[in-house]
Design a protein around this ligand. Structure first.
Ligand SMILES: [Zn+2]
Length: 355
């Protein structure tokens, strides 16, 4: 059996049964599809939901994406002819995994925690977006996508989006001379963080942030008086602290910032993976996530059945877990029978072939 044809057949069965859910305002979006690369062809558009659904059953793309942007003529080319009417604001967190595990929950969990922080620490408090305007999707493979769908976000041009990204990355930040704890954004966040370090009197933590332990201890001898003044925005009661304050702030910023990809966020013609479609490189479902805290991609995004099928590893595969069941390890070349969902993961990851 040709492996790609086998995968397509499985996806066809899935789309035939379950179908896809067209994204919001789908008829103003550009679509892109891929079988070899993530996007082999783009500039597709659909006028009706039925057409879009039918496309998946007929063509069974291994990768399906749609534009963050809204257009008057989404299928027109070149891009200028589409007539841009705004775009959702997009953030991506991809897991950088080198654990040689085809289902690495550890790395995906890092991306999940970053997504949670983006929403709770930045998008809602600093930018004032409403939780209802923020959608999170599991990409189906390596990470999470955050879509902000609001009137104010929609109108931002590429440069404004870059500024949003730079802000979240903490670019160019310096703590104001009289920064106060109740300030919004980075000023308050860093001020509260430094205050917390002094308040805890944690010499070790302070030492780890770029100052010597004996110095930290000396500093804390005067703690209460310092805290009192910092609450009023007077950081300079102790001259020697002022000399390290900004260095300390810069170190803490590195911990609290989010390393988002500015290129993704500022790209207003970007195509992003379409929720409710299967990722052909993993067999997992790209899906909207309602409760990020509770979401487990290796349970909740698994769509294939428990029915056993034959599979032959084309390389050694370490033990992995899917739907709370453990599989493997597997030896290269030794065929075995596995639940369809585990076999599909191995096959789509390029680690096995149907047998
Ligand atoms: Zn990993």
């Amino acid at each position: 059996v040709d492996t790609k044809e086998f995968i397509k057949q499985k996806l066809r069965e899935y789309y035939d049964k379950k179908g896809v859910v067209p994204p919001f305002e789908f008829d103003r979006r550009e679509f892109g599809f891929g079988n070899d690369k993530k996007i082999d062809y783009r500039h597709f558009a659909f006028n009706t939901e039925a057409q879009l659904r039918q496309y998946f059953v007929t063509n069974v793309p291994l990768y399906a994406s749609y534009s963050a942007a809204y257009y008057d003529f989404p299928e027109a080319r070149p891009m200028e002819k589409k007539v841009f009417r705004g775009a959702d604001l997009i953030f991506e967190f991809d897991a950088d995994c080198d654990h040689d595990n085809i289902a690495c929950s550890k790395c995906l969990d890092v991306a999940k925690q970053q997504s949670i922080r983006l929403i709770d620490d930045f998008l809602i408090p600093d930018f004032g977006f409403d939780r209802k305007e923020i959608l999170v999707s599991f990409s189906g493979n390596r990470g999470y996508h955050i879509h902000v769908r609001s009137d104010s976000a929609r109108q931002l041009n590429a440069n404004a989006r870059k500024q949003v990204a730079d802000y979240i990355r903490g670019e160019g930040f310096t703590l104001a001379e009289h920064a106060k704890l109740d300030m919004t954004g980075w000023q308050g966040r860093i001020a509260r963080d430094l205050y917390g370090i002094i308040e805890k009197g944690d010499a070790k933590a302070l030492a780890a942030e770029g100052t010597t332990k004996p110095y930290a201890e000396k500093l804390f001898a005067n703690k209460e008086y310092m805290l009192q003044n910092i609450r009023k925005g007077n950081w300079d009661v102790q001259q020697s602290f002022m000399r390290i304050r900004d260095k300390l702030a810069a170190n803490r910023l590195l911990k609290l910032r989010l390393p988002i990809d500015s290129g993704v966020t500022m790209d207003i013609s970007r195509l992003i993976r379409m929720p409710t479609t299967i990722h052909g490189g993993s067999s997992l479902l790209c899906c909207l996530v309602e409760k990020l805290d509770d979401f487990d991609p290796f349970v909740d995004a698994v769509v294939f059945t428990d029915r056993k099928i034959g599979v032959k590893p084309t390389k050694a595969i370490k033990q992995f877990s899917l739907r709370e069941q453990t599989f493997g390890p597997f030896v290269e070349g030794v065929a075995t029978e596995l639940p369809e969902h585990a076999a599909m993961l191995m096959i789509c990851k390029g680690a096995a072939v149907p047998a």
